[in-house]
Design a protein around this ligand. Sequence first.
Ligand code: CDP
Length: 224
Amino acid sequence: MSNQIIIAIDGYSSCGKSTLAKALAKELHFIYVDSGAMYRAVALYFLRNNINLNDHNEVVEALKNIHLNFHSRDYKTHITLNDEDVSSEIRQMPVSERVSSVAAIHEVRMEMVKQQQRMGKIKNIVMDGRDIGTTVFPTATVKIFMTADPKVRAERRYKELLPANPGITLEEVFENLAHRDYQDTTRAESPLRRAEDAIILDNTDLTPDEQLLFALSKVEPFLS
Ligand code: CDP
């Protein structure tokens, strides 16, 4: 598709990337891909199978046994890991605590980026993550880099997790986000950073509707 549109949304942990990406995809009838869900599913597989992250061969062999698929229903991400729907489990703390270490592994990134680029070949797409505008789609039509106050981000994620995790604390969530941001921005391969041509969107004081309108105004010039 020559006039294909790719919207790349990157940013820190829990700053509303997926909320915006889903809303844009719904509004524009684009495909939505949650790249973070892919790293989370790999982290879940590694956790369940006790994969030693420092053992190159073990990691490479494990990756061969991982088959991920997205099923879109009402713009909610349903991801399957070897045909099992793991959409809820990948959001839980055991995965959140390990995912950034898994996502720093070269072989893991190579495989995920390959799959993401394949998905981007088919249709107009919105993809969110950490390296979409820098590595996965460096020539994306529109790049948005999202940020928000760390305390606000932690409160939003805490509210999201609380119903299914009554024991969880705000401090625990805050620490997890801070630690992942540190790991994601300092890793050697494709660290989280703003692409030079990405538009910054700080949504600390914006409602979901307001951030959607802002993003739509940036995409509209490219719609035919
Ligand atoms: O939803 P949240 O912002 O908390 O995180 P996520 O998008 O589900 O991503 C989980 C983790 O996957 C991140 O902290 C990164 O370590 C990793 N990730 C990545 O390295 N590259 C991406 N394109 C997407 C996620």
